[in-house]
Design a protein around this ligand. Sequence first.
Ligand code: ADP
Length: 202
Amino acid sequence: MNHNQIIVFLGPPGAGKGTQAQRLATEQKLTKISTGDILRDHVQRQTELGQQVAPLLTAGQLVPDKILLAIVREYIREQQAKTSDLRLIFDGFPRTVAQAEALDEILTELGTAVSAVPLLEVSDELLIERIVERGRQAVAAGEKARSDDNAETARRRLTVYQNETAPVIKYYQTKSALCTIDGVGTPDEVYERLLAHLQHPA
Ligand code: ADP
């Protein structure tokens, strides 16, 4: 028997996926893969890929599935080379139904499957507030804010989420791996809800 655990975090931009996924990864010895972080790293290093995707990130639009799938395949290959058990948290992926289907295919080929799909829910108004605040805090701390952390792009990201990613929620609903978690509250409160679900899935 293997000890694979593959968690897919869903939720709109600003819902707190990154924060929760990071804590869960640290505490449960899982490896977090954040496709947004990987893409931003390419942009910062000005790789060929980074130059290609930078305008899409700044505009709040999705990067083509083909690029994301190449990144994720490579990541899973690297993980497999390191350890016999796959213990992964996906943050920001899949964002389209095509990505979700492709992930299932990759995992099926490896004889495994997604274990749990927490969905963090937060109202749109609060999301925009959080994103704008994150941009402000980065500037206040003397850092460079993310090119997409402003009110206008945040709204665009929410629209893209509703059009492209909401169908991914349905996709996992039909597979009954999905669980909705209230994302409003302190990070600790949200984390407790998340753990409660993962320990006692409904
Ligand atoms: P957030 O969840 O706050 O929007 P992310 O860091 O997950 O932030 O993503 C930032 C941007 O990176 C997205 O708006 C999109 O342009 C790109 N991106 C990240 N993951 C994907 C993905 N799975 N498919 C397509 N584009 C992606």
